[in-house]
Design a binder for this molecule. Structure first.
Ligand SMILES: O=C(CO)COP(=O)(O)O
Length: 139
């Protein structure tokens, strides 16, 4: 499965803790991240992560594009609800696209743990059917 990992600055330490704790699960999957988050995860855990641009420079939009192409299966986006972001429209767009395409999305650590355990238990396997179908009518 393709898993996107994104964390705003004040949530990056939490993301590292999550990736460290769930490394055994994450290394079974293809990992993608916005720029700084990806660098931090790779340095801290040794996991292989495909890095996009930094969030404020378009990384959220790149991941959104993958979602719209049916190329992303899980999104973990530890966003900061207490800070204003210059790229707030991009953040909103990524979350919106996850909902448009029914992609499992966690926006806090509590849900992220449940989602990773569910991923490991096969609860996201239905995505393989969608992937095989190629195009689904979400309209
Ligand atoms: O801003 C972000 C998501 O909106 C995250 O970007 P970075 O991982 O580059 O810090």
């Amino acid at each position: 499965m393709k898993v996107a990992l994104i964390a705003h600055d004040r949530k990056k330490d939490l993301m590292i803790q999550l990736c460290t704790a769930y490394k055994a699960i994450l290394e079974e999957h293809e990992l993608f991240a916005t720029g700084t988050t990806g660098t931090r995860i790779m340095e801290a855990t040794g996991l292989e992560v495909h890095r996009f641009k930094s969030g404020p420079l378009g990384g959220d939009q790149q991941i959104g594009a993958m979602i719209s192409e049916n190329e992303m299966d899980v999104v973990i986006f530890l966003r900061d609800p207490l800070a204003a972001m210059p790229h707030e429209p991009d953040v909103t767009a990524l979350i919106r696209l996850s909902d448009v395409y029914e992609i499992p999305l966690a926006t806090n650590i509590g849900t992220a743990e449940v989602l990773l355990r569910g991923l490991d238990a096969g609860f996201v396997d239905w995505r393989e059917f969608y992937n095989a179908e190629g195009s689904i009518d979400f309209g």
